[in-house]
Design a protein around this ligand. Structure first.
Ligand code: SIN
Length: 306
């Protein structure tokens, strides 16, 4: 774990997450300081800064150091700042809040985001925390038998499934979903065990929001194991929790974590600015064709609809 001479680092849990102290993100960050911040992100997977007074331009400029901005497929960016998304839950908003389930961001994309930089602008007087879990630690804590069974697998990630699930569970959406585009079916296959492009570490790369089924298996066959693994992943031992204050900023690595925004502040307003960073195509233990996966070659495939 990095020990920087440029800033303080205080881990927030044994699993992941660290608060960085002594860096003003509104000022230019030198290459050596940035390298240490990047290393801290690789080591802790989510890093937190407090008491930052940032204009949207400063937020964008700092976030851009980690990666180019990435558009969301469903939620429109802010009109004034196309690099930012406004996550807003109003006081009178009773709908589902953005990010209110365990997920990695947009894993239905061929190249899901590398990470996110989230800045707190307005917060409720209580609640509204976010929780993350460390998917490398999750993978390490599975049995050797389960690990080797999962390593060659691929899984299908679906955007439509998520939206349908939310509509069924919650009935409606909060205001941050008002810009959500039409429902389209977006599906992509990713390795179940992802190899981190920077550190080479393995992590479990499925999530309850978007992972629909394993390669060459029906959804019905896949769901019990997906459900087991997703429940295993969110054991408190693998998590950290952050209580936001106005001016807090978090950056997380979306390649080896999941997160959950807790909606426990009804009657109060919460406004966050989110910058999403472009990522790469997930790399697995075996390449995609070797596992021979296609939705067409599942023999007797009924996609779980029997
Ligand atoms: C998200 O990006 O999933 C939302 C996180 C949050 O609002 O705390």
């Amino acid at each position: 774990m990095i020990n920087s001479s440029h800033f303080g680092i205080k881990p927030v849990s044994g699993a992941l997450g660290a608060e960085i102290d002594g860096v003003d993100l509104g000022k230019p960050i030198s290459a050596v300081v940035f390298d240490d911040l990047h290393q801290a992100l690789m080591d802790y997977k989510v890093i937190f800064f407090r008491d930052q007074d940032l204009t949207p331009e400063q937020h964008i400029a700092f976030s851009r150091r980690f990666g180019e901005p990435m558009e969301d497929m469903f939620v429109k960016e802010s009109e004034d700042y196309p690099e930012l998304m406004e996550l807003l839950k109003e006081a009178d908003d009773t709908g589902y809040n953005f990010g209110g389930s365990w997920h990695s961001d947009s894993t239905y994309r061929t190249s899901p985001p590398m990470g996110v930089s989230l800045y707190a602008r307005e917060l409720p007087p209580f609640g509204g925390d976010t929780i993350w879990c460390n998917m490398e630690m999750v993978f390490e804590n599975l049995s050797a038998g389960m690990q080797s069974m999962l390593e060659p697998l691929y899984a299908e990630h679906l955007a439509q499934g998520y939206r349908e699930k939310l509509a069924v569970i919650k009935g409606d959406y909060s205001k941050s979903f008002e810009n959500v585009g039409d429902v389209v079916r977006v599906e992509v296959n990713h390795p179940v065990v992802r190899v981190h492009p920077v550190t080479g570490r393995k992590s479990l790369f499925i999530n309850d929001a978007y992972t629909h089924r394993f390669a060459n298996m029906t959804a019905e066959e896949s769901q019990p194991l997906i459900e087991y693994l997703c429940n295993f992943a969110i054991r408190p031992y693998f998590t950290c929790r952050f209580s936001w204050q106005p001016g807090s900023l978090a950056i997380w690595d979306n390649r080896n974590t999941m997160h959950y925004a807790i909606s426990d502040y009804h009657g109060h307003r919460r406004l966050m600015h989110r910058y999403t960073m472009k990522g790469d195509k997930p790399m697995g233990m075996v390449s995609y064709p070797e596992c021979n996966m296609s939705s067409d070659n599942i023999s007797g495939n009924n996609n779980g609809n029997l």
